[in-house]
Design a protein around this ligand. Structure first.
Ligand code: NAD
Ligand code: LMR
Length: 329
């Protein structure tokens, strides 16, 4: 017997990331090859014509798992009964800007969207915030969660995890599948910390395989932390296909148990684990259980050097929270 379709809402669906995200979702690459989906797409009124064009293309793919598409600029229509929500719609930064510079412009979007999700989505809805600055935008949306589960509001740092894995694999001259246990700590910003000390290459500590610590603490960290800006400089636009792929990874890995020995980086609500202030949306190494609930990995130690970086990123998130505290009511 075929499964009941799940409702998947995507905001900013006519944008760059939306265009790379919708087709793999419809093809079954996120929720599974036997899971039908209904796509509920949200756009600004000005982009609705473009969105209808995307919907035509979805129709033209004749995806067997795609059981419906709605296009709307009404929050309540887009989020009605949603089981999974990708909050992408927002302004990307341009050259010379930091993601945090978008906070006053993008932040208010997430108040209204958070309120609407809480009002009309499935009560167990899983929400992924992609729009920047994603950790603090997630905090803004989560502040509206009264009926839905506040733990189910998460921010995307999976792109940073993927970037870090790519860099380590290239340096060690191994396939990316040889890297395990790599997690991002902190904010999706230049203060993020890709924790190479607890990662492994073919089962060995990274530092046994890549012995050049100056590279690990220097070029490696900087490349991962600044990758978004480097892509904007090179393309003139922010990352899109890799961001969509990371969003797919995040949601897929939240809907299935984490394989043994692996971790997934998720921006989640801190409960004070590892000394990170409770309530911040902070990226930790996480694992997902069979019921689809994430938990922060506890049995991981940070060195003094790593801890200082992890705390600096928490301090930055405290500052961001202060800057939008009027949006948390
Ligand atoms: P884009 O400009 O191509 O598309 C954004 C779309 O969102 C546009 O079509 C726009 O009309 C729509 N939009 C804007 N405000 C909206 C609202 N209030 N409701 C519904 N739709 C709205 O941008 P993009 O490249 O797709 O990037 C989207 C966001 O994702 C940006 O904030 C970007 O910085 C962020 N991003 C995050 C990561 C990450 O790793 N967390 C990675 C890449 C991009
Ligand atoms: C990224 O990391 O590529 C995105 O957050 C876009 C950006 O502004 O850097």
């Amino acid at each position: 017997m075929s499964k009941t379709p799940i409702r998947v809402a995507v905001t900013g669906a006519a944008g760059q990331i939306g265009y790379s995200l919708l087709f793999p979702i419809a093809a079954g690459e996120v929720f599974g090859p036997d899971q039908p989906v209904i796509l509920q797409l949200l756009e600004l009124p000005v982009a609705l014509d473009a969105l209808r064009g995307v919907a035509m293309e979805l129709e033209d793919c004749a995806f067997p798992l795609l059981h419906g598409v709605t296009c709307s600029s009404e929050l309540e229509t887009a989020f009605a009964g949603a089981n999974a929500v990708f909050l992408v719609g927002s302004k990307p930064r341009g050259p010379g800007q930091e993601r945090a510079d978008l906070i006053r412009e993008n932040g208010p979007i997430f108040t209204g969207q958070g309120r609407a999700i809480d009002a009309v989505a499935d009560k167990d809805v899983k929400v992924l915030v992609v729009g920047n600055p994603c950790n603090t935008n997630c905090l803004i949306a989560q502040a509206q969660a009264k009926r839905t589960n506040p733990a189910n509001y998460t921010a995307m740092t999976r792109l940073d995890q993927n970037r870090a894995i790519g860099q380590l694999a290239a340096r060690a001259g191994v396939p990316v599948a040889s890297i395990s246990g790599l997690a991002i700590w902190g904010n999706h910003s230049p203060t993020m910390y890709p924790d190479y000390e607890n990662a492994r290459i073919n089962g060995k500590p990274v530092t046994d395989v890549i012995t050049d610590e100056a590279w690990l603490d220097g070029e490696f960290l900087k490349t991962v932390q600044q990758r978004g800006a480097a892509i904007i400089k090179a393309r003139g636009k922010s990352s899109a296909a890799s961001a969509a792929f990371a969003a797919m990874n995040h949601m897929r890995d939240w809907f299935r148990p984490t394989p043994a020995g692996e971790v997934v980086s998720m921006g989640v609500s801190s409960d004070g684990s590892h000394g990170i202030p409770a309530g911040l949306i902070y990226s930790f190494p996480c694992r997902v259980d069979a019921a689809g609930n994430w938990s922060i990995v506890q049995e991981v130690e940070l060195s003094a050097k790593a801890r200082a970086k992890a705390m600096a990123s928490a301090d930055e998130l405290l500052e961001e929270r202060e800057a939008i505290k009027d949006l948390l009511g």
